[in-house]
Design a protein around this ligand. Structure first.
Ligand SMILES: Nc1ncnc2c1ncn2[C@@H]1O[C@H](COP(=O)(O)OP(=O)(O)OP(=O)(O)O)[C@@H](O)[C@H]1O
Length: 286
């Protein structure tokens, strides 16, 4: 069940992607986690949340991470961002080992953490203001991202005047404003209703097709992972280790109707079986 390299869905597919056909990936390495481990201290005892995870993303790759609840997915993402200290291993961006958060990585969280007293455009431009970029430049960039994320006309609104889906658009625009090398998304659509969530998945792919950011996306939703990602990685029950990996063979751009196809459903079912098995192991261990 838990092969080292894991099953690779689509290896034999007709996709022209050189990665999927097994040829070496010539794209430069953007993000590299090596031997990444994280321990938390709980009631005076050390608890391992992430155990010795190796993961490399090439330029412009979109990787989704799935796994049972409490397996360590968010911890892994936070460790990449530098928000939680590593107990072991390294995180490198463009070959340079990172030490804590930096503008080369940006996170989009589940709850849109917008500043309520700032307008939408000022929220999007906030990071650029902190970075002391000239005013004209920050508004030019913010305007571009507002257009890209479908927020035109809402520049002068406040976060409380927007729906949850629109607030997440602002969050994504804000994360992209500093032009990070790597975009980290931690269940960004989990607070949205099913229909809005689906719309946002399509919108995210449009933005991603435009910008081709290297991205790590954590989610509970297998269908979301398969629809969005080039690769889906399943984490074990805590402590998180990589149990299996799937290469997703669908061409881009991907219409939302893709999710209704048998092949999409088959891949979902395969991944779901692995995640469920891991979840059961974790439930038995409690
Ligand atoms: N600050 C913390 N202190 C102690 N333990 C923590 C802390 N944050 C997370 N944990 C524990 O680490 C483990 C991994 O948590 P994490 O939130 O990373 O999992 P997850 O896979 O993202 O979960 P979910 O899918 O439910 O969001 C869990 O057992 C959690 O209780």
């Amino acid at each position: 069940m838990t092969g080292d390299g894991g099953l690779t869905v689509g290896d034999s597919s007709s996709t022209s992607d050189p990665v999927a056909s097994g040829a070496p990936d010539a794209r430069p390495s953007r993000l590299c986690a090596k031997g990444l481990s994280v321990d938390y201290v709980r009631k005076g005892k050390s608890v391992r949340a992430v155990d010795n995870v190796d993961l490399e993303l090439r330029d412009g790759e979109f990787v989704a991470i799935v796994g049972p609840s409490g397996s360590g997915k968010s911890t892994f993402l936070m460790a990449i961002d530098g928000l939680v200290p590593l107990s072991g291993g390294t995180v490198s961006v463009n070959g340079t080992v990172t030490h804590g958060p930096a503008p080369d990585r940006a996170v989009v969280f589940q709850d849109a953490s917008l500043l309520p007293w700032r307008t939408i455009i000022d929220n999007v431009a906030y990071g650029l203001e902190i970075a002391k970029r000239p005013k004209a430049e920050r508004y030019r960039i913010a305007e571009e991202l507002i257009a890209l994320t479908g927020l035109r006309g809402f520049e002068q609104f406040y976060p409380s005047q927007l729906s949850g889906g629109m607030r997440q658009r602002v969050n994504i625009a804000r994360a992209l404003a500093s032009n990070p090398e790597v975009l980290l998304l931690d269940e960004p659509f989990s607070g949205l209703d099913a229909q809005t969530r689906e719309t946002m998945q399509g919108e995210l792919l449009k933005v991603w097709d435009e910008q081709k950011k290297t991205a790590v996306f954590v989610t509970h939703q297998i269908d979301e992972a398969v629809y969005l990602a080039d690769r889906v990685i399943a984490f074990s029950a805590r402590p998180a280790r990589i149990v299996q990996e799937w290469r997703i063979p669908f061409e881009r751009p991907r219409p939302l109707e893709l999710k209704q196809t048998q092949k999409h459903r088959d891949i979902e079912a395969e991944i779901w079986a692995v995640v469920r098995h891991e979840g059961e192991k974790s439930a038995k261990g409690r």
